[in-house]
Design a protein around this ligand. Structure first.
Ligand SMILES: C[S@@+](CC[C@H](N)C(=O)[O-])C[C@H]1O[C@@H](n2cnc3c(N)ncnc32)[C@H](O)[C@@H]1O
Length: 249
């Protein structure tokens, strides 16, 4: 099995230090307030190192956050100074909680890591179980049509962290009728100019179509809205990133 977010986890926060988690959390908080309310019970699926969870907790929400990667959960736990968030190592497709939540969130393409309809169906079914009456689910997604219109390109990112230089070469490849986006990462870690680590990791992302997501979720959920990611404007076909809000039925 291709273990992901294991070695990569060591460099996750450094690689994404310029990702605007503050602004993203403000956006998610606005959506939560609009569609559900304030100071709620939130379940975050695929929480990674917890960057959204900590900020949402500060807004007064009670958070349970899960991730399949033990390393990511350990990173999150280390940052949790006040021990107010329950971080758990779990597979989100199988997770059924005793506690019920007002809101479930999945952020930063977590939905695209589910590469089969079977997993997507499990998520829909278990989310329905994990939510209170009228509970909502919010998730962003990478949109198949947007990617086809504007294909991803090779790129390189270099991050300096004290004496360490992290070099990430990214090669995206569309396969299987272009519905799978394999992102091949080649990582080189240098201390001064000496290579101290080198590894490869591939993230397999399934580009679900909106139609497919709707079809899989509608037995358990009513669609409330689809927005362009980080906006309140209507999502259109050629956008790369979208955000879905659904209500438990
Ligand atoms: C791109 S990261 C996003 C992490 C975090 N949400 C953020 O915004 O930084 C995707 C995360 O989804 C997690 N993930 C993928 N599939 C999962 C599954 N089946 N169950 C739980 N976590 C999963 C990965 O371990 C990884 O931490």
């Amino acid at each position: 099995m291709n273990v992901i977010f294991s070695k990569y986890a060591d460099y996750y926060d450094a690689l994404y230090k310029d990702k605007n988690y503050n602004k993203e959390t403000q956006y998610i908080e606005k959506l939560i307030n609009k569609f559900a309310g304030k100071k709620l019970d939130i379940l975050e699926l695929g929480c990674g190192s917890g960057s959204h969870a900590f900020k949402l907790q500060k807004k007064g929400h009670k958070i349970v956050a899960i991730d399949r990667s033990k390393k990511m959960i350990n990173l999150a736990k280390k940052k949790d100074e006040y021990n107010k968030i329950q971080f758990l190592t779990r597979d989100l497709t199988k997770y059924v909680s005793k506690k019920k939540f007002d809101v479930i969130i999945l952020l930063f393409h977590v939905i695209n890591f589910l590469d089969s309809n079977k997993d997507l169906k499990m998520l829909a079914k278990n989310s329905n179980k994990n939510l209170k009456k009228n509970g909502i689910i919010i998730f962003d997604f990478i949109n198949f049509d947007g990617v086809i219109l504007d294909k991803p390109k090779k790129k390189i990112k270099i991050v300096n962290q004290k004496k360490i230089k992290i070099i990430r070469e990214t090669e995206p490849k569309l396969i299987k009728d272009k519905s799978i986006l394999n992102i091949h990462f080649k990582m080189t870690i240098k201390n001064k100019n000496k290579i101290i680590d080198r590894f490869k990791e591939t993230h397999k992302l399934k580009l679900h179509s909106i139609l497919n997501i709707k079809k899989i979720f509608t037995p358990n959920f009513d669609l409330l809205n689809i927005f362009k990611w980080m906006k309140f404007q209507k999502f259109i076909k050629n956008h790369w990133f979208g955000l879905i809000v659904m209500k438990k039925n």
